[in-house]
Write a new protein. Structure first.
Length: 136
């Protein structure tokens, strides 16, 4: 059967959906298992051996894993460490204030930038700008 025959024989009422799989992580705590869409994560903050996961809708989830452990499950291009204790969702950054060393996220949340992470963030900004120019 050729490709054209397949197209002719296909039922017109059956939609063909081409979607990317949603990338989720699973976090376990006392309340059970949380299946979290990575795009819903605003940022993560460590507190000793615990990690707070802040979601876009304002929900905060506490888990008994380290920040390193949780962030290793996340997309490396989408999530960036801005501070020793903070990982941000780069897609949700709205403003970077270089003079105050802080980042503003969607919803107005402000997180600090450490001096050690400034270089990495500048590289990320340059990479982002190069992508925009390449698309034009």
């Amino acid at each position: 059967m050729t490709m054209n025959q397949f197209k002719i024989n296909r039922n017109i009422n059956t939609p063909i959906l081409y979607t990317k799989p949603i990338k989720r992580i699973v976090i376990s705590n006392n309340n059970g298992n949380h299946f979290i869409n990575q795009n819903a994560i605003l940022y993560l903050r460590s507190e000793g051996n615990y990690c707070h996961i802040y979601l876009v809708d304002g929900t905060r989830i506490l888990c008994s894993k380290t920040l390193k452990s949780v962030s290793s499950q996340l997309n490396k291009e989408q999530f960036v460490r801005s501070h020793n204790s903070i990982v941000i969702n780069w897609n949700l950054v709205t403003h970077i204030n270089n003079s105050l060393d802080e980042i503003k996220l969607v919803g107005g949340t402000i997180v600090p930038i450490s001096r050690a992470r400034k270089k990495e963030l500048k590289w990320k900004i340059n990479t982002e700008q190069n992508k925009v120019f390449a698309e034009q």
